[in-house]
Design a protein around this ligand. Structure first.
Ligand SMILES: C[S@@+](CC[C@H](N)C(=O)[O-])C[C@H]1O[C@@H](n2cnc3c(N)ncnc32)[C@H](O)[C@@H]1O
Length: 282
């Protein structure tokens, strides 16, 4: 199978610098920072260790574009983006200095200001610490919460509505464990419906990291919270991403979410400011 290389401006720029310096080889990352590899710098093109290559014009295009990651396909640089027929929105794999995020019609799927998508994920997981037993992740996205949870959980079931989002995840090196980790099971479907299939008290922890309220109202509804309460074990915990608790909209959303979670039966609901969410206790 052909090795899949993915580059962003972060890892294309050093190739241009090395070429300017007259080097014959350079080291950079071909998987968005997870590992580094040596590449050969030719007169016309950069050649990777397995013989795949990119023309310098393509490397320059990547280095100048901070908005999207590129996959190397047939020795050409192809933007990693998709139009989703499910949401009618465009998904773009957006680079950061660390793990990439997805821009969903211009809105970032993870926090990037004063943090990065992976750090953002670890804060969500920390809010549910100790994260053990069977875990449900209601919204897969790039799979970061599922992957981080799988480090300590007994198993992780993760649900994603949109197969186009999973296609983006398949091209993202940071999402690879989502498709390979033996503890992770994926479900493609609507969480609102899918959670009804689980037996009562199935999960010790639930990670609920939905799109914003105005894009996925059902996932913030009293009925959905009752469904999550049913499948959570006694003394189980639910983490619910809500948004910036310092912003006016975040405060309003937290107030409404907390009230509806208590109405659904949760005994206690605590705000977790660092994780931009709340933790509800059964
Ligand atoms: C904020 S992202 C989740 C990010 C994810 N936790 C991660 O670590 O990358 C929300 C995801 O929920 C998906 N989604 C939206 N509505 C859904 C639904 N009803 N059921 C399951 N997934 C849904 C979206 O397509 C999107 O991928």
């Amino acid at each position: 199978m052909t090795e899949r290389y993915v580059l962003s401006y972060v890892h294309a720029a050093p190739l241009l610098l090395a070429r300017q310096a007259g080097e014959a080889t350079a080291r950079t990352s071909l998987d968005l920072g997870l590992t580094t590899s040596e590449v050969h710098l030719g007169a016309e093109r950069v050649v990777f260790s397995d013989g795949q290559w990119l023309r310098w014009e393509a490397v320059e295009e990547i280095a100048e574009d901070e908005s999207v990651c590129y996959a190397v396909e047939d020795n050409a640089a192809v933007k990693i983006q998709r139009f989703s027929g499910v949401s009618n929105m465009v998904y773009v794999l957006m680079p950061t200095q660390r793990a990439p995020t997805v821009l969903v019609s211009g809105i970032q799927m993870h926090r990037v200001r004063d943090t990065d998508p992976w750090q953002d994920t670890l804060e969500k997981i920390r809010a549910l610490s100790p994260l053990q037993g069977r875990v449900l992740d209601t919204c897969t996205g790039l799979g970061y919460t599922a992957i981080a949870a799988a480090k300590t959980a007994q198993s992780v079931t993760t649900i994603e509505l949109d197969s186009d989002m999973l296609e983006i995840a398949r091209l993202n090196p940071w999402s690879a464990p989502l498709f390979e980790h033996p503890k992770i099971s994926q479900v493609v479907g609507d969480s609102y419906e899918e959670v009804e299939r689980f037996e009562a008290s199935s999960f010790a922890r639930i990670i609920h990291d939905p799109p914003m309220l105005n894009r996925a109202g059902e996932l913030y509804s009293s009925e959905f919270y009752r469904r999550l309460y049913r499948i959570l074990k006694d003394r189980g915990r639910l983490y619910h991403y809500v948004g910036d608790p310092e912003s006016r909209s975040g405060r309003n959303t937290i107030r409404g979410v907390s009230r509806r979670l208590r109405d659904a039966g949760f005994q206690r609901v605590d705000t977790r400011a660092r994780a931009f969410g709340v933790v509800a206790y059964k």
